[in-house]
Design a protein around this ligand. Structure first.
Ligand SMILES: Cc1ncc(COP(=O)(O)O)c(C=O)c1O
Length: 396
């Protein structure tokens, strides 16, 4: 065997595409290093630093020497605190035993793919959707089938759409509410309908709720309200503003608890200990007040940027009711989102993510704007967008 062959990645990695958003980010940083000004509307990360009470709790945990491994499923008191959060915010009783703490929602999703999917199993996912999910499923040997979703269904899956895929066994349905890149949500009847469809098909129903809390509704239902059998993923990254701490969790039905523990032990031993201690403060009243103020700031940004985009001829077909993204149609200008993103970045100093990051269905006709930057920057972004549209350079 040649030296090159020894260092060739395994075949299963070949279908895993890179995040285009990271390419945009790298190029934006390179332009900034040359002295250019770039407004970042690409990154899916809150611009607010972690709230002080959480930081303090992390610092105190380190000072107390809390640096050893925790149990694989997480600190018992954190699992209890998360269970209480479901009771208080959703009115559902979740046994803390069913909650597994993970290194981010990413750790949860990759573990769940290994836990739930046999080689060849079909799993249905919305297109557009969070790109890593199809990769987690493929790495587990599964067959990730992208189901085109449109504004008609609020960019979400629903039973009639799924029926078209029921001609062969379906192992699972993976949804997200609020979704990335569209920010659209599933209400309780929709969650129930999807969960009943899964039950009829003998499929698992997984809902990624990482943007819960960051919603602009009167209370967003968790899939656990629709069905105690739903598998739910969540994270401290987005609403709780702890991206870099790498902490998330998932909830499984009792029959999956033991296998989840074993996989957690083997895949990562445990999530970060100081991060878990810090997260214990994430649910307290003083922290919640800070997070709620941030949520209101995100809502204001959404209204402002959404208004500007519509005024300029971008289409925002469904108002996002959660997350911090606007998924905008560019058909008035171009059918090549990558070209449009290149022009916006290189000529107008605006970093935006091409729709092609999120799937195949009409993805070239869309871009994603993240409002993860403050109002002053968004106002500059609005001026630059106006200039870009007026220049005619966005058109292909
Ligand atoms: C829908 C969705 N799920 C999961 C993740 C992973 O987040 P983390 O691993 O930081 O919790 C992201 C990150 O952007 C996301 O948008």
């Amino acid at each position: 065997m040649s030296a090159n062959a020894r260092f060739t990645p395994a075949a299963r990695t070949s279908g895993i595409s890179p995040f285009r958003v990271m390419t945009v980010l790298e190029r934006a940083k390179a332009l900034e290093a040359q002295g250019r000004s770039v407004i970042h509307l690409e990154v899916g990360e809150p611009d607010f630093a972690t709230a002080q009470p959480i930081v303090e709790a992390g610092r105190e945990a380190l000072a107390r020497g809390c640096t050893a491994y925790t149990p694989a499923a997480g600190l018992p008191q954190l699992r209890e605190r998360i269970a209480r959060h479901y009771r208080d915010s959703q009115g559902v009783a979740v046994d803390p035993e069913r909650i597994i703490v993970t290194p981010g929602a990413s750790g949860a999703l990759s573990l769940l793919a290994q836990l739930l999917i046999n080689p060849g199993d079909r799993v249905l996912l919305p297109d557009p959707g969070y790109p890593c999910n199809r990769h987690f499923i493929r790495l587990a040997g599964g067959d990730a089938q992208l189901v085109p979703v449109t504004p008609d269904s609020g960019y979400q899956l629903h039973p009639e759409l799924l029926d078209a895929y029921a001609d062969a066994p379906v192992r699972g349905v993976w949804a997200a509410s609020p979704g990335n890149p569209t920010g659209t949500v599933l209400n309780l009847p929709q969650l129930k309908a999807l969960s009943q469809w899964c039950e009829r098909q003998d499929a698992h129903f997984l809902v990624d709720e990482i943007y819960h809390g960051l919603d602009y509704t009167d209370g967003l239902p968790s899939a656990l309200q629709a069905s105690p059998d739903a598998i739910v993923v969540n994270s401290f990254s987005k609403y709780f503003g702890m991206t870099g701490w790498r902490l998330g969790w998932f909830v499984v039905p009792p029959t999956l608890v033991t296998a989840s523990h074993i996989l957690a032990q083997n895949l990562f031993i445990a999530a970060s200990t100081p991060a878990q201690h810090a997260a214990l403060r994430a649910f307290d009243q003083d922290t919640r007040e800070i997070l709620e103020a941030r949520r209101r700031a995100f809502a204001q940004r959404r209204d402002f940027l959404g208004g500007v985009l519509r005024e300029l001829g971008f289409t925002v077909a469904v108002e996002p009711l959660g997350a911090f993204y606007l998924y905008a149609g560019i058909e008035k200008f171009s059918d090549d989102c990558e070209h449009l993103c290149r022009v916006l970045l290189e000529e107008f100093g605006l970093a935006v993510t091409p729709g092609t990051d999120f799937g195949e269905y009409q993805s070239r006709h869309h871009v994603r704007f993240a409002f993860t930057t403050g109002m002053p920057e968004l106002e500059i972004a609005a001026d630059r967008l106006r200039a870009a549209v007026a220049s005619g350079k966005l058109s292909t």
